[in-house]
Design a protein around this ligand. Structure first.
Ligand SMILES: Cc1cc2nc3c(=O)[nH]c(=O)nc-3n(C[C@H](O)[C@H](O)[C@H](O)COP(=O)(O)OP(=O)(O)OC[C@H]3O[C@@H](n4cnc5c(N)ncnc54)[C@H](O)[C@@H]3O)c2cc1C
Length: 400
């Protein structure tokens, strides 16, 4: 009987785990492994693009790739890992509870946005974290153009000034003008707890974010926390009121809660603190990857971030190592020394940085071209051709 590598999730990490495991089995000339991906649908949802419009088009069908590489796809939602029985309970698309066993498990169930109990956000707020929620925001924005004009209608409040908040906020002036007409006075306000725009980033990057915001008319409310969101706007903790028909929450991503019954250490973001080979300590046949893994990227003290840049590489290493442990091949310690950022700044352009100290290398149009190449090509699944996919799945091949 074949030994099964079960991968939970078909995001960046899950998809690359599957391709990488298939690659190693192929290189070893071994046909004794079944590689199975369990996820709600056989598609990659391109979350880094969810601040854009036409969000329903931002998916990639994985079935052709899986068919080409003989990867089994199981439609379902994992509910519980039973490590003692080496199996996973999941709900099928028909809501039937089903049990599947594994020889190796790769947990790649990603992350979700948390609202941290902010009053009114669940009822009245929007987000761009998942395809469905980003679609809801897009539909809401489109519906506003049929409402009578008012300051609230023309105002969007973006809560959280991290990368997601910045990309959305700087994209919105163009989107709102397209919806309401070029002459309409629109307003985009970023509400941020920190005291500085882009306070988490390098000074050079911060300056650019500030300049782009100024040029695009994006306002920042710094040292500000959200107290309550309601149907007509947001009240900040200092009592300031902003009338807005649209309030978008972007701060506070947490790893999926799958595997919370495992006795393993997690970091503050809910990620498993994994060993170098991406195994969960204490569980020799379970690996965590992507947004589920807190992993060292180098020997200089850096750890993987919850980014697709890291999820892709973490996926390649996790799949490789899960297969390696069944094929008697040495594991590859996860390493990802290069770190870059490419931040979209709407009509201003974009900014590209290199290194953990975020040295600015490209700005405006040049960076925008690179951003489009990254988000429209580089992070998409490989062609459904075996040699192309396997070459790209090599954990040691150059990525960024
Ligand atoms: C708006 C936004 C903008 C972003 N911008 C950037 C950016 O510019 N650059 C960057 O590098 N990163 C960016 N990111 C982060 C990036 O998208 C994530 O780090 C990346 O998606 C993580 O990949 P993953 O495979 O670990 O998880 P995900 O992509 O979240 O995939 C998780 C997969 O698991 C499945 N799943 C979840 N739970 C279960 C379950 N219980 N059972 C079965 N399947 C399950 C899901 O359906 C999905 O297939 C952004 C994210 C968002 C939301």
């Amino acid at each position: 009987m074949k030994q099964r590598i079960l991968i939970i999730g078909s995001g960046f990490a899950g998809m690359w785990s599957a391709v990488s495991a298939a690659r190693l089995a192929h290189l070893q000339g071994n046909q004794s492994l079944e590689i199975a991906v369990l996820a709600p649908q056989p598609e990659l949802r391109v979350r880094p693009r969810f601040y854009e419009e036409n969000v329903t088009s931002l998916t990639a069908d994985l079935q052709p790739l899986f068919t080409e590489l003989n990867i089994r796809f199981i439609a379902g939602h994992a509910e519980r890992i039973d490590a003692a029985e080496n199996g996973v309970w999941y709900k099928t698309a028909e809501a039937e509870s089903t049990f599947i066993t594994y020889d190796r498990l790769v947990v790649a169930s990603g992350s979700r946005l948390h609202h941290f109990g902010i009053k009114g956000i669940a009822e009245h707020g929007f987000d761009i974290d998942q395809l469905e929620t980003a679609q809801r925001l897009e539909e809401h924005l489109s519906s506003l153009s049929s409402r009578p004009e008012s300051e609230a209608r023309n105002t969007v409040v973006v809560c959280g000034g991290g990368f997601t908040g910045i990309e959305l906020a700087t994209e919105l002036p163009t989107r709102l003008k397209a919806l309401f007409g070029a002459e309409t006075k629109t307003k985009v306000v970023v509400v941020e707890r920190g005291s500085v725009i882009g306070g988490r980033y390098s000074e050079a990057l911060r300056d650019i974010i500030r300049d782009a915001s100024e040029e695009l008319g994006v306002e920042w409310r710094l040292n500000a926390g959200v107290e309550v969101v309601d149907a007509s706007g947001v009240t900040l903790q200092d009592g300031t009121r902003i009338e807005a028909s649209t309030v978008v929450w972007t701060a506070g991503v947490q790893a999926s809660s799958l595997g919370e019954n495992l006795t393993a250490d997690r970091d503050a973001l809910g990620r498993f603190i994994v060993a170098e080979n991406l195994q969960i300590p204490g569980y020799s046949n379970i690996f965590a990857t992507g947004d589920m893994a807190h992993a060292k990227t180098d020997d200089a003290g850096n750890t993987a971030l919850m980014t697709c840049q890291h999820a892709i590489q973490l996926g390649k290493f996790a799949g490789h190592n899960a297969a390696a442990s069944l094929l008697d091949v040495p594991a590859l310690p996860y390493r990802q020394v290069n770190y870059v950022t490419c931040l979209d700044l709407g009509a201003w352009g974009a900014v590209y940085t290199e290194g953990w100290d975020q040295q600015v290398k490209l700005v405006r149009e040049e960076a925008k071209k690179l951003k489009i190449a990254i988000t429209n090509e580089l992070i998409y699944p490989p062609k459904a051709e075996r040699d192309v996919a396997f070459a790209a799945a090599d954990p040691l091949a150059k990525f960024v």
